[in-house]
Design a protein around this ligand. Sequence first.
Ligand code: 4NP
Length: 152
Amino acid sequence: MVCLGNICRSPLAHGLLQKKVDDRGLDWYVDSAGTGAYHVGEGPDPRSVDVAAAHDLDIRYQKARQFIVDDFDEYDLIFAMDSSNYSNMMQLARNEEDQQKIHLILNESYPGENRTVPDPYYGGDQGFKNVYDMLDEATNKLLERLVRAKNN
Ligand code: 4NP
């Protein structure tokens, strides 16, 4: 799960999906990163921590890191929160195989619409609630899709 700072949006996507994967007893590894390096080593933004906690989700274990080219080797699927994260990673992709791993997360909820998760960093708490709800729905859809693919 990839955003710009890896402190607001992608930590929520990471925590939500990891919990859903664990709850189903799947051994899939979930991670997150930012295309920018501004917040490397920091924990998630307190506003993301709070909105997650309000839904019984603890994301305080996470630490921001920057997306690196090796992530294309490490991960099967890579989800961008917005079109700028998407194009930044596309520029880092070494080949078509890397490129095909990158998707926009909201296309799970709204196939083909290329919607973006708005950056809540400069806004208020409502923005974080909004982001949480979008990512809760998208990670539900994603998990359903992957479980269906696994069983087929
Ligand atoms: P995120 O939000 O990409 O959802 O983690 C941001 C966090 C920090 C900054 C921008 C977006 N920043 O410019 O520092």
